[in-house]
Design a protein around this ligand. Structure first.
Ligand SMILES: [Mg+2]
Length: 336
């Protein structure tokens, strides 16, 4: 590695640490949640604004020859809306920045915006502006704001990563691994069956769990995030932020039947480790989660619990033995 590390050596989270050190700790008292959560939150007048940004790069996040541009538009906004849902908030306004190779066909952009419009309608988002620049590689960056629900005393109701406590239960809002199955089907060139189509759709058209996030904060859940990098890795972020450990019962991780049909041997491990399902991960005492679950159309699934100790996530089989995790999740700079 030598004296001059590259971003690949440091990885995504190492880079964020180094850059945050330059900016320093924020001093503005209006800031409620800063770097290190799904989105930032600040007070603006009487409201609490939630803000996030997310980027998709051709060749990195999707292969243009394998997917529809309308799906890219949908997913770019859905990933952002999911980060607002992950804070328990409601999305509101989006700014869209396009970096375009000059030879990009206009029809591709129109398709992109048709998908974007569909997702905006589904999530009740207004596209309020943006920027278009020339670039050697196609990139779409969306910045999205949202609003936090408020308690009777006007304090914001938020799902944070740093509020997990030993004894809390860990729940997810739906089956996991389907998006990873869809990506695998795309990479393997396997789009021959209805099962594969269903998985690919889960990969390209994820539905942000905005209602689930709001129901959770209303039911007094205070800790959570969205599952973008994989259950084991994302729960690890909550453990690190909260200085606790966690145990997941491997058998209880919910798996979509389509994923079991497509990849029977790997389905449950994919559900525990694959990313981009954009379901929510919720952490709270069992009775609080039961209340949140009762308010949802699809009930929550309890997958584990928070324990005292080192901030690590153990995956346990039915007899309480550790299950080896081959691939814990995704690091965007190490690309592993
Ligand atoms: Mg997130």
């Amino acid at each position: 590695m030598g004296d001059a590390p590259s971003v690949r050596d440091l990885g995504e989270f190492g880079v964020i640490d180094r850059l945050t050190a330059i900016v320093g700790l924020p001093r503005d008292e209006r800031l409620v949640v800063g770097v290190g959560d799904d989105a930032a939150v600040w007070r603006s007048g009487d409201a609490y604004v939630i803000a996030t940004t997310d980027t998709m790069v051709a060749g990195v996040h999707f292969l243009p020859e394998q997917v529809a541009w309308s799906d890219v538009g949908w997913k770019a906004l859905a990933a952002n809306a999911s980060d607002i849902a992950a804070m328990g908030g409601t999305p509101s306004f989006a700014l869209v920045t396009l970096c375009l190779p000059p030879e990009t066909p206009l029809e591709a952009l129109k398709d992109l915006y048709r998908g974007l419009r569909e997702c905006a309608k589904a999530c009740n988002v207004t596209i309020a502006g943006g920027d278009v620049v020339s670039s050697p590689v196609f990139t779409i960056t969306i910045a999205l704001t949202g609003e936090a629900a408020r308690a009777l005393d006007d304090s914001p109701l938020l799902l944070r990563r740093d509020d997990a406590r030993p004894g809390d239960a860990v729940a997810v809002t739906g089956p996991l691994g389907s998006s990873g199955g869809g990506l695998r089907a795309l990479l393997d060139g396997r789009d021959e069956s209805a099962v594969m189509h269903a998985l690919i759709r889960r990969h390209m058209r994820p539905v942000p769990r905005i209602d689930a996030g709001r129901a959770a904060v209303t039911a007094n859940v205070r800790c959570g995030m969205d599952i973008s990098d994989g259950l084991v890795q994302d729960l690890g972020h909550i453990c690190a932020a909260s200085s606790v450990g966690a145990e997941i019962s491997f058998e209880s991780v919910p798996v979509d039947p389509s994923l079991v049909a497509a990849y029977p041997e790997d389905a449950r491990m994919m559900a525990a480790t694959a990313g981009e399902d954009y379901e929510l991960l919720l952490v709270a005492p069992g009775d609080v989660l039961a209340r949140a679950s009762a308010a949802l159309q699809a009930p929550l699934t309890i997958v584990g619990r928070i324990v005292e100790g080192d901030p690590r996530v153990r995956l346990l089989d039915a007899s309480g033995k550790d299950v080896a995790v081959e691939h814990a999740g995704w690091d965007h700079l190490k690309r592993t």
